[in-house]
Unconditional design. Sequence first.
Length: 550
Amino acid sequence: MALVAAVAVVPVVVALPAQAGSQPAVTRLSTGHGTYWGGEQLTVFGANFTNVTAVLFGKEQGHSIQVLSPTTLTVREPESTLGTYDVRVVTSTGRSALVAADRFTYRYPTMDTPIYGGLSARQEVRISARVRAAHHSVPSAPGARHWTVAMGHTAARRAQSWLGVPYSWAGGNGYGPTPGVCAHNGGDMDCHVIGFDCSGLTLYSWSPYEQLPHYAAYQRADAGRFHPAIGQLVPGDLVFFTGYIPGGVGHVAIYTGGGTVIQAAESGTTVMRSRLADVIAGDGPYRGATRPMSTGVQGPGPSLLSATPQVSTGGGTITITGRHLDDATAVTVGQTLVYHFLRRTATRLIVKAPAHRAGPANLAVSNPWGTTTTTLTYVAAPRLGKLSPYRGPSTGGTAVTITGHSLAQVRTVRVGPTSVPFHVNGDTGLTLRMPAHAVGAVTITAVSPFGTSNQKQFWYLAPTPTPTPTPTPTSAKPAAPKTWTAPPSSTSATPTTATTPPTTSPTTSQPTTSQPTTSQPTASQPAPSSSTTSSSSSSADSSTAAAASG
């Protein structure tokens, strides 16, 4: 059986700036009554709702306070005992005074009161009549002295046949739904509703083969001798949860395969199909499972020969080989249960692996009677970081070093759409030589068996033109030698092309050994006088230049 408890809501307080000496006051409530289990939203009107710290219903604190303005706030009613209480607003400057307008009464629900699950008892009565009129019985597989696959499937189909019938506290027996009990736990109207509670539904499901007690904790202890792990579940197994009994067993559902269960959850709902993971999240910790009619381990567990050693962090395909795999129930990868197989034979399983962070992960293969484990490694797609250099000439040939992560297993590097040769430098680097390409940006990507990297840009630049030497004009005057003999006598005839300063000695200079003796005056010849005309000086320069070039 499953009791229903109010859902705890974390208080949320929105404070507005306080005004000195402002005492809060309540002038009106949106409604003056509610059901004792609380949970409904109440609007409070008044004044000076600034720096609100609490809203009290007698001594109980309301939940989820939202201050909308200094004169309006909303609050979720807390669960309380029957009776009338004052609703008082508490701020940093005090609490509101007691007035007739703040009175709130907790009372029993009526047939038209929405229950926890949302339906009223009157609605449930109509739904129950409709589902029972349309119900068809399910043929039962032959019974046996111990559990069989066919018996488990029969139990699951029997539960499924009552999808949509209302929950009713203590309702249900081996023949079908019955009126429940009006219990002061949210099921105050359930004695008017024909349906199942959680253990009544599982009792009915297995009634062709075994008489189960109408209580979840007893079913876990007495229904069977084998208690499958969560990955070993098969249709018909009973799964248990804490529910309303902390540390104990307060709720039960029947497994139907593929990670789903059928359950009768709480008053105000109907028998429904749910994901096992959702029930675990909503009804407290998972408390294990029982296989009714089982006498212990009745078959061989799986054994593994090999498994795909590596898979991408984004997910991928895992191939598993071994024995006794044809009745595999689930493959656990990390913390994720995979119930669907791409292929399943006695010796081979192929499953789609979920996404997972990089690194080792547990891999477990289960069948109805056992589980075997190994490990695999998740590998990230390549990640490109810095390019050095990040640009080069469009003629190609630039050697580029790329740093990054997960590069050791790169199989292809692309420059634009073109694959190029490369060299891997461990897990964090690779090098390549850029091919010729048009001027502009081009993307570089790397591909490994585990995915394609991000893109990095390399910039192709126009090649720099080589400067052309300027030719020497053919009419230019030949350059004077670095060593020359100064003309005799006057310094005013100093050539302008000399690289060595001329001598100022008045003596007659001698010709060099490489020059003909006729190009310069000998010692027996008279030196030119200072009155030599410009034409004579020009003739002397020409003679000197001719001698130098000879």
